[in-house]
Design a protein around this ligand. Sequence first.
Ligand code: AMP
Length: 259
Amino acid sequence: MIIINDIDELNSYLKITNKNSLGFVPTMGALHQGHISLIEQSTQENKHTIVSIYVNPTQFDQVEDLEKYPDVLEKDIIKLQKANVDALFIPDYKDIYPDDFSYKINESRLSNDYCGAHRNGHFDGVLTVVMKLLNLINPHKAYFGEKDYQQFILIKNMVNAFFMKTEIIGCPIIRESDGLAMSSRNLRLTSKQRVLAPQIYQTISSGCSIKQMELKLKEFGFDVEYIQLLDNRLLIAAKLGNIRLIDNVETLLTQETQL
Ligand code: AMP
């Protein structure tokens, strides 16, 4: 696996790579099986797979969340080598933001709702970094997890809105055996919180009304930010202490039956 540290090195790599069959998986590192599943889909569908690890500061609305983001690059590199990744791109702030974030992508509808209603500027940061990475790499296909369903829809719509050439592919949510959606944030849960956390998935899969779901999770000690329908999905964000968890499931609930 080639490790690429800056844009010059990236451009040299791209010159010798068949761009007609290049898959790209953007990540923020602290890799788990959820990330690996995206990578596996990319290595199956493309001749070359490039992964990026970049903890994008512009998408964090809480300084603590950014500061506590796990940094385990050595371990990540071993996982990526095992997964047969061809290239790992590890840019830094000056590579990605030569403009110091004076230009940004702003979506003005969907990004204000769901997670966007609780995380000021989050999706500006996400869409801007994804736009930059796609422009730099220009992959044939790029892979995103449906765990971040709102993010996936916003990126897919952005690519359509700006006539970008990359095909955006959504990949299913990978869960722990008790149902908890895998996330690098799970590492920060205390052992008590870790026991409670699967209640999120169990509750949104229960088929109860949204009000009943909220009540049940509150009884368990969750601070529920929202439970809302988007397309045929029921999306949730809830906090255990300071740790904010998100998840979603396909649902038969509709706008009429949800209450
Ligand atoms: P992150 O490193 O958290 O930015 O995630 C990088 C990519 O992995 C995003 O497209 C996420 O949606 C995806 N991802 C994270 N966790 C999971 C999961 N449990 N299942 C599937 N995809 C995931």
